[in-house]
Ligand binder design. Structure first.
Ligand SMILES: Cc1cc2nc3c(=O)[nH]c(=O)nc-3n(C[C@H](O)[C@H](O)[C@H](O)COP(=O)(O)OP(=O)(O)OC[C@H]3O[C@@H](n4cnc5c(N)ncnc54)[C@H](O)[C@@H]3O)c2cc1C
Ligand SMILES: NC(=O)c1ccc[n+]([C@@H]2O[C@H](COP(=O)([O-])OP(=O)(O)OC[C@H]3O[C@@H](n4cnc5c(N)ncnc54)[C@H](OP(=O)(O)O)[C@@H]3O)[C@@H](O)[C@H]2O)c1
Length: 252
């Protein structure tokens, strides 16, 4: 693996476990909104590499990430302890297949996330061009508590500025203004999410769906979308649903 050093510009602890990290961007580093970077830190005795979605847009002069510190995790506690000026190691090539361009043409793009799974969507909405292809974009982010909505103000401003863009915060263990409170698959099964957005139920002819975050959530969403007749994107073939799994469930 080709490795490059980047420098921490800013670290912000936005909730009990949520951290936003800004680093320098290596000369010539190119990526598309939806890609992830592989990161590590130099201080570890054994190198540990983990994937992190890039939150910043491709045109921005820095790289931004949004992550949760997992207690006892091999890398995230080290990332959470970084200070401005520290070094973050990065694999030189951006990776991933979670790209809106992989989806077939459609009218409505649904961007569904749990927790830090909002990361790739932030890069897309900051770039805008990616989203112009669709008549309507619905961004739905589910977190436990309102404090976990680290990018809430940015998402509200984005939706207010673009008539075809809509943002629904979902807080499952607390309150949020203008949002909903049940898990996303539950809201879709009951039709409450579509009702909240004054839309008819999910439809594979009309809708394209991206799903990112908790592996139980992505599994639930895959089952729900399969039932509704959605088809996955496969290499070289455009489908109408796309998934990014952030971690594997630990085997007991
Ligand atoms: C394509 C891709 C993109 C990713 N992008 C992001 C991102 O933008 N932000 C982000 O926070 N993470 C992201 N992840 C997850 C990230 O790569 C690490 O898995 C995570 O930071 C934990 O690493 P760790 O070394 O601290 O924990 P590990 O030592 O690897 O794991 C410890 C335990 O925690 C579990 N675990 C791992 N991640 C989580 C989590 N988020 N919540 C609950 N349990 C977890 C694991 O199953 C394991 O049992 C992404 C993963 C993939 C595959
Ligand atoms: N965020 C915190 O305050 C907090 C506190 C203590 C520990 N942690 C640890 O930090 C890690 C990440 O926590 P997180 O809160 O960022 O992420 P998370 O546990 O994945 O929760 C984020 C959102 O996803 C929802 N969700 C979970 N499973 C789902 C499923 N199968 N289908 C649909 N939605 C689902 C949650 O709803 P529900 O609320 O209904 O689960 C919540 O709204 C976890 O290991 C957690 O144990 C976090």
């Amino acid at each position: 693996m080709n490795i490059v050093e980047t420098e921490v510009i800013r670290v912000q602890h936005c909730s009990a476990r949520g951290v936003t990290l800004l680093t320098s961007k290596p000369e010539g580093f190119a990526f598309q909104a939806g890609h992830y970077a592989r990161l590590s830190v130099p201080a570890l005795a054994e190198p540990v590499w983990r994937a992190y979605s890039i939150v910043s847009a491709p045109h921005e002069p820095w790289l931004e990430y949004f992550f949760t510190v997992i207690p006892g995790g091999a890398l995230s506690p080290h990332l959470g302890a970084l200070q401005p000026g520290d070094t973050v190691l990065m694999a030189k090539a951006a990776m991933g297949f979670f790209l809106a361009d992989s989806l077939a043409d459609g009218e409505v793009l649904w961007l569904l996330a749990t927790g830090t799974g909002i990361g790739p969507y932030l890069s897309m909405l900051r770039q805008q061009g990616v989203l112009q292809r669709f008549d309507r974009v619905n961004l739905v982010c589910s977190v436990r508590e309102a404090a976990d909505l680290a990018y809430d103000a940015e998402c509200r401003a984005w939706a207010a500025q673009h008539a075809h863009c809509h943002y629904v915060p979902v807080v499952t263990r607390g309150e949020v203004a203008g949002g909903l409170h049940e898990r996303i698959p539950t809201l879709l099964r009951s039709g409450a999410l579509e009702q909240h957005l004054a839309m008819t139920p999910l439809d594979p002819q009309r809708d394209r769906v991206m799903v990112c975050g908790n592996p139980d959530f992505t599994a639930d969403m895959r089952a729900l979308l399969n039932e509704r007749g959605f088809t996955p994107c496969r290499r070289g073939l455009s489908g109408n649903m796309l998934f990014e799994n952030y971690w594997q469930k630990a085997t007991p």
